[in-house]
Design a protein around this ligand. Structure first.
Ligand code: FES
Length: 105
């Protein structure tokens, strides 16, 4: 099992907002929903590889800023066109007020 990687303080991510970060040359997002859920997903849209950091969060849905494709943050599945491929999601936890992730390949 991979080690937990420290991302940021939970307080650095507003409710229904995202925190962009890079690791190993790849882009990721840590996102909060409207119910204290915290999720880490790939940071590029599966449609045209646009950065999702400028997207919007509504409840547990992340909307791409380019064509408004939507993903469910809980499992990455597409839930609004034109995206058809889901986002990869990663095991995420909050420990002592810090957001941590396992970036499993
Ligand atoms: S680039 Fe994200 S929906 Fe098209």
């Amino acid at each position: 099992m991979s080690d937990w990687i420290d991302i940021c303080a939970l307080g650095e991510i507003e409710e229904e907002d995202v925190h962009r970060f890079e690791h190993g040359g790849a882009v990721y997002l840590a996102a909060r929903d409207d119910c204290d859920g915290v999720f880490v997903v790939d940071g590029l849209c599966t449609h045209e590889k646009v950065e999702l950091a400028n997207g919007f969060v509504f409840g547990c849905v992340l909307e791409c800023p380019r064509h408004q494709g939507r993903f469910d943050l809980r499992d990455g599945r597409p839930c609004g066109g034109p995206v058809t491929e889901g986002l990869k999601t990663y095991p995420t936890r909050v420990q002592a007020g810090r957001v941590q992730v396992q970036l499993i390949a």
